[in-house]
Design a protein around this ligand. Structure first.
Ligand SMILES: [Zn+2]
Length: 374
C-alpha cells in the first residue's frame, strides 16, 4: 500500500513539474509546425541506414533526404556521413518495448486479467506504462540521445499497451491489472474498486467500468507522449516529434486499436508534429491500395478534428514477410504512401532493400525522378 502511495505521489509531482513546460510547448508548437510545413517532401529509409553505406551506396545518390535510424543503430560515423550527404536525421525511440527491462524489473511486467504476468506477444514484450522507474529510465535514454546528437526529430515507437499487431492474427491481451495500475485508475477516474484479488478486480472493471478503463489507459499513453515531447522541446526545441503507430481503422478487430492498444489517433495527432502510420500491408494482410486509402482517411480525420495539424509521413513495407514483396509491389505501396496528405515516405527497412537490389532501383527512380521535392 505504501509503495502504491509513493508512486502516485511521484506521478503527481511529475505532472506539476511538467505544467510550465506544457504551457510553453503550446506556444512553440505553432511556430515549429509552420516551419515543418515548409520542409521538402521527405524521402527516407528506416532501420539502420548505415548498411546502405557499407554496401557502397550513398544516401544523396539514392535521392534520399532523410534517414530514420533506430536509436541503437545511431553512432557518430553514421551521423557524420548523414550530415556530409545533406540528410535529415530522425531517430526512432522504442518507448514501451522492453523484454530485458521486465525480466530484470518484474514490478514492470504487464499483468493480465488472471493476475499473471502476460506472456510475450510473439516477439513483442511490452512494459507496464505506469511504472515510474521505467518512465525515468526512458526519459534518461532520450536525454542521452539529445545531448549527444543534434537531430531533426525523435520518432516515438511502440506507444501502446502490450499486444502484437504486425500480423494478420493479432495478439490482444487484456492488461495491465497490476496493483499500481488499478489503484491509479481508481484514483484518477474516481471509481471505487472492490477490495478483492487481481482476477476479481479485473472482472469487476471489465464488467462495470469498461469505457472508463479504456479511456484511462489511453490517457496513460498520452501522458507518455507528453512526457517525451517535453524533453525534446526542452533540449532541442527545433526537433520534430513523430509517432510510429498501428494503422488499423478504428473499427478493425472489434475496435482493438483503442480498446486494447490504447491508441487515440486524434489525441496522437494533436500532440505529434508528424504521424507515421505503419502501413505494413502484407504483414497486416491488406491490399497495396489500402496504403493510400488509410493515408487519405487519416488526412480527413486530421482536417476534421485536429487543431494542430501534424504532417503525415507513412512507412510502408519492403520487407518479405510473411511472403515476398516484389519490386513492383514495393513500388506500388511507395506510390500509395505518397498520396494526399502525405508529405514524406519511408520503408521498412534498409535490410529488405539490400536483400533485393531491384528494390533499391525502384526507390532511387522514385526519389530521383518521380517524387517532387515540394
Ligand atoms: Zn500495470
Amino acid at each position: 500500500m505504501k509503495a502504491q502511495k509513493s508512486s502516485k505521489n511521484l506521478l503527481f509531482k511529475f505532472i506539476l513539474l511538467l505544467l510550465p513546460i506544457l504551457i510553453i510547448n503550446a506556444c512553440s508548437d505553432n511556430e515549429l509546425q509552420e516551419s515543418a510545413h515548409d520542409l521538402p517532401f521527405i524521402k527516407g529509409v528506416y532501420g539502420n541506414p548505415a548498411t546502405l553505406l557499407e554496401a557502397g551506396y550513398r544516401f544523396d545518390e539514392l535521392g534520399m533526404n532523410a534517414i530514420f535510424v533506430r536509436s541503437i543503430s545511431l553512432d557518430q560515423d553514421l551521423y557524420d556521413a548523414a550530415m556530409e550527404q545533406q540528410q535529415r536525421v530522425y531517430v526512432e525511440f522504442p518507448t514501451l518495448l522492453g523484454r530485458n527491462y521486465v525480466e530484470e524489473h518484474p514490478e514492470a511486467w504487464p499483468i493480465n486479467e488472471k493476475g499473471e504476468q502476460a506472456p510475450p506477444a510473439d516477439w513483442f514484450m511490452g512494459v507496464c506504462p505506469t511504472d515510474p522507474e521505467f518512465f525515468e529510465f526512458r526519459k534518461d535514454q532520450l536525454r542521452d540521445i539529445l545531448n549527444n546528437f543534434d537531430v531533426d526529430g525523435i520518432f516515438l515507437d511502440y506507444v501502446h499497451w502490450h499486444a502484437q499487431f504486425e500480423t494478420p492474427d493479432p495478439i490482444l491481451p487484456e492488461t495491465c491489472f497490476c496493483d499500481r495500475c488499478t489503484a491509479l485508475f481508481s484514483e484518477e477516474s474516481d471509481i471505487e474498486l472492490p477490495d478483492a484479488d487481481i482476477p476479481e478486480t479485473a472482472e469487476w472493471i471489465l464488467e462495470n467500468a469498461d469505457s472508463e478503463w479504456r479511456d484511462w489507459r489511453s490517457q496513460v499513453l498520452n501522458g507518455w507522449v507528453a512526457g517525451m515531447k517535453s524533453i525534446v522541446r526542452e533540449l532541442q526545441p527545433d526537433a520534430l516529434v513523430g509517432i510510429f503507430y498501428c494503422s488499423w481503422f478504428p473499427e478493425d478487430y472489434d475496435s482493438a486499436l483503442y480498446r486494447t492498444l490504447g491508441i487515440d489517433v486524434e489525441a496522437f495527432a494533436e500532440m505529434a508534429d508528424v504521424l507515421s502510420p505503419m502501413l505494413f500491408h502484407k504483414m497486416k494482410d491488406r491490399s497495396p491500395e489500402w496504403v493510400g486509402e488509410y493515408t487519405n482517411w487519416l488526412g480527413g480525420v486530421i482536417e476534421a478534428s485536429v487543431e494542430n495539424e501534424p504532417l503525415v509521413w507513412p512507412i510502408v513495407q519492403a520487407h518479405d514477410n510473411p511472403v515476398e514483396i516484389t519490386p513492383e509491389e514495393f513500388r506500388q505501396v511507395m506510390v500509395e504512401g505518397t498520396k494526399s496528405p502525405s508529405s514524406g515516405i519511408m520503408m521498412f527497412s534498409d535490410q529488405s532493400l539490400l536483400d533485393n537490389p531491384e528494390k533499391i532501383k525502384v526507390m532511387r527512380q522514385l526519389y530521383v525522378e518521380e517524387i517532387s521535392n515540394d
